[in-house]
Design a protein around this ligand. Structure first.
Ligand code: ADP
Length: 271
């Protein structure tokens, strides 16, 4: 608590008492902590690939390499690290646009099955490369009003994770169906699963169950935070169920006709 005291003087100029105002600042403190953590996390996440880029570039510059293979390996690392850096920067920009309300949903009649089929085209190679079976299916009506690009991004983030965290021979499924005033998308996998202690935290920015594993798989730690924010903009919800070594299911529910503030133009339209 923060306290402010003000003396109260009566009509005879005598001290009558003191009014103390107690201000609950726990909420503010918590926000300030989250902000500081975020800055520290971003700095760390940026520093790691930059250090590695600099180190490998420096070695290539300073030591003429006779071995073409080693040179190729170093260039490959440089390429991968720059790629990761680019993903991180674009995820950060996307989060910041959403959080500062510097974007607006582009709502149109859409068919979620078409978006699902598009994700299948985009990810089938990634799945096949690691022998993961990836299927998209639907039941009944899958039409709604929504922002194609944003919904595609949410599904891609969930499906990319599902494929990444599922081992060889596993299965990833996207099932789309109607439920009252919602269109539901279920993304389920037969992967490594998430421990119940971690499950409530996976939507936090930069929270990863296994940092090294996520980095190896090319993750930025921001994918689910972006999904959560985009869903809020669509007035949708997300649920996660998981069992370690059995698999994980994410269920998103999107209202067929979103009506909230996000659907109308904001003061600073996205550039
Ligand atoms: P990342 O880029 O690390 O994948 P996300 O925000 O997308 O970041 O996910 C946060 C964390 O949640 C991941 O690091 C991983 O530990 C866990 N996770 C997300 N999806 C799955 C999944 N389908 N199976 C197992 N773990 C998952």
């Amino acid at each position: 608590y923060e306290a402010y005291g003000t003396p109260v003087i009566n009509s005879k100029s005598q001290l009558h008492g003191v009014v103390v105002v107690l201000h609950d600042i726990t909420g503010l403190k918590r926000l300030e902590e989250i902000r500081k953590d975020f800055v520290a996390n971003v700095s760390h996440e940026l520093k790691t690939p930059v250090t590695s880029l600099k180190g490998f570039a420096e070695t290539l510059l300073n030591e003429p390499m006779e071995n073409q293979d080693v040179q190729g390996q170093f260039l490959d690392i440089i390429w991968k690290e720059s790629d990761r850096l680019q993903d991180l920067v674009s995820d950060l920009l996307e989060l910041s646009r959403i959080e500062t309300h510097n974007f607006q949903l582009d709502l149109q009649p859409i068919d979620l099955l078409e978006i699902g089929a598009e994700t299948e085209r985009l990810l089938s190679k990634k799945a096949a490369d690691k022998s993961v079976q990836f299927n998209v299916s639907s039941e009944g009506n899958t039409e709604m009003i929504g922002d194609v690009a944003r919904i595609k991004q949410m599904l891609l983030n969930l499906l990319t994770n599902a494929i990444a965290y599922t081992g060889e021979g596993g299965k990833v499924e996207l099932n789309i169906y109607e439920e009252a005033e919602f269109i539901v998308c279920r993304v389920s996998d037969t992967g490594i699963g998430i421990d119940e202690n971690d499950l409530p935290r996976i939507f936090e920015r930069f929270y990863r169950v296994d940092k090294a594993r996520s980095r190896d798989l090319g993750g930025t730690g921001l994918g689910l935070a972006i999904v959560k924010h985009l869903l809020e903009a669509h007035e949708g919800t997300i649920e996660a169920e998981s069992e370690p070594n059995v698999g994980t299911t994410f269920t998103i529910r999107l209202p067929k006709e979103p009506k909230g503030a996000w659907a109308t133009p904001t003061k600073n339209k996205a550039s």
